[in-house]
Ligand binder design. Structure first.
Ligand SMILES: C[S@@+](CC[C@H](N)C(=O)[O-])C[C@H]1O[C@@H](n2cnc3c(N)ncnc32)[C@H](O)[C@@H]1O
Length: 229
């Protein structure tokens, strides 16, 4: 059976987001959009700290928390076993053990589940599917996208470019992590996208970050509006 890896409910936690996107104190105070948030606990943890995050994802928000919980249970072994087969944790500089990995994933998804009903009511979780976002131009300071755009194959070749361009419409700056596909190679989309984005935006294609799980996967893409002369 083919796994729908882009739909697996495995979430990263705030500490991982801080490292994947090199978020410092002043970044965390910005108005942030987390695209393709899945069951990450970023929104839950940031809200608890008094920060402002809106998260969007097309799938989970059409399900009840009980259904999401069932999906998480179902996906659990895949989440732990699949990376073991693929990467053997080759470049990992974060997890001390498989048990540590399992605990971080479990805690992140549990935090998400606990926060989801109130976050939904408060409009912090929004159903939205890239490459079209239901937000105003420039509504956010920063848009983040973790483990989606370059990680998985998409229905159209243009999807990553369209998605990043849309994120640039709603946010002043966009950060995408990682730049590798799920088999550990640099995404074939990266260079063509960089060339096109360069025409309209300021692009830092491979900014090193202090988080590595896939070997060599410690880089993010940063795209921001060109400052007017
Ligand atoms: C591997 S998860 C990453 C979750 C989260 N960003 C994290 O790092 O913990 C990928 C997510 O992409 C979402 N997704 C799939 N298609 C999407 C689309 N067209 N637009 C936005 N999100 C999408 C899936 O529902 C899933 O939650």
């Amino acid at each position: 059976m083919l796994l729908q890896l882009d739909r697996l409910p495995w979430g990263h936690c705030l500490d991982e987001y801080n490292r994947m996107f090199s978020l410092n104190e002043s970044d965390r105070e910005l108005a942030i959009l987390d695209c393709a948030c899945g069951t990450a606990s970023f929104n839950a943890e940031m809200t608890r700290l008094g920060n402002k995050v809106i998260s969007c994802d097309p799938y989970y928000y059409q399900r009840t928390p009980v259904e999401i919980d069932a999906l998480i249970q179902e996906a659990y072994h895949t989440v732990i076993d699949f990376p073991r087969e693929l990467y053997a944790y080759g470049g990992n500089n974060y997890f001390e053990s498989e048990e540590h990995l399992a605990n971080v994933r479990r805690n992140a998804t549990l935090e998400f589940l606990e926060d989801f009903p109130s976050g939904l009511q408060q409009g912090r979780y929004v159903t939205a599917e890239l490459p079209v976002l239901p937000f105003d131009d420039g509504q956010f300071d920063l848009a983040l996208c973790s483990h989606f755009l370059f990680t998985y194959p998409h229905s159209s070749e243009n999807f990553p470019l369209e998605a990043i361009t849309e994120m640039c419409r709603v946010a002043r700056e966009v950060r995408v992590f990682p730049l590798l596909d799920r088999f550990g190679g640099i995404s074939e989309h990266l260079n063509p996208i960089r060339t096109i984005l360069n025409r309209s935006f300021h692009v830092e294609p491979r900014t090193e970050v202090n988080y590595e799980f896939q070997k060599g996967g410690n880089k993010m893409l940063r795209v921001s509006k060109k400052s007017s002369a």
